[in-house]
Design a protein around this ligand. Sequence first.
Ligand code: FMN
Length: 200
Amino acid sequence: MSATPLRLLCLAGSARNGALSVRLRDAAARIAETLGAQTEVLDLRALQLPLYDGDHEAAHGVPDAARQLRDAIAAHDAVLLVTPEYNGFPTPLVINAFDWLSRLPAGQGTLSGVNVTANKPVALLSSSPGAIGGLRAMNYLRQYLQMAFGMLVVPRQHALSHAHEAFDAQGSLKDEKAEQAVRSVMQGLLRVAAALRTPA
Ligand SMILES: Cc1cc2nc3c(=O)[nH]c(=O)nc-3n(C[C@H](O)[C@H](O)[C@H](O)COP(=O)(O)O)c2cc1C
């Protein structure tokens, strides 16, 4: 890896107290830091984006918070997105934020939402107390981010099953295999990001 650390934006699809996806996001971010990345968390709930509504958009335009998300993605070399699973799908928090992002047009000197996501490397993780670990949601998310946003979703991913039992008191993954699986995902992401980074 080059001397300047790769910048990794870390997102989770839930923000509730004790969210398993937040715990996995933070554990994965720490792993990425051991691999030399510089990480930053963006709390999607804190953006306070309204539920997407065409009438709202017609009356008020795209909320500034969508620009915040766009600018955060633009400022980073890669993105980590950890999703929970609601009825087999990614959560509304994720989909709503990215739907708003897709509505941001290009402005003077600024790129549109989807121009910022295009060819941006992203790694996916999912978490659930269940046995499948949110895998179905993650697979839908892969398709959504690739097809609608042109993101480069790295091939490796990991669905953390029984996530409510997966972390120790420090927030690290207890199971060595799970830790290694997440490490592999982060290595794959940082490798792609390093290859794509334009020299400073
Ligand atoms: C509306 C709803 C639907 C859910 N559907 C699923 C599901 O399809 N598969 C699954 O494994 N867990 C499902 N769950 C359980 C979540 O995995 C669990 O609540 C999880 O802790 C949520 O993620 P978080 O801890 O990051 O907030 C569902 C939970 C809710 C609230």
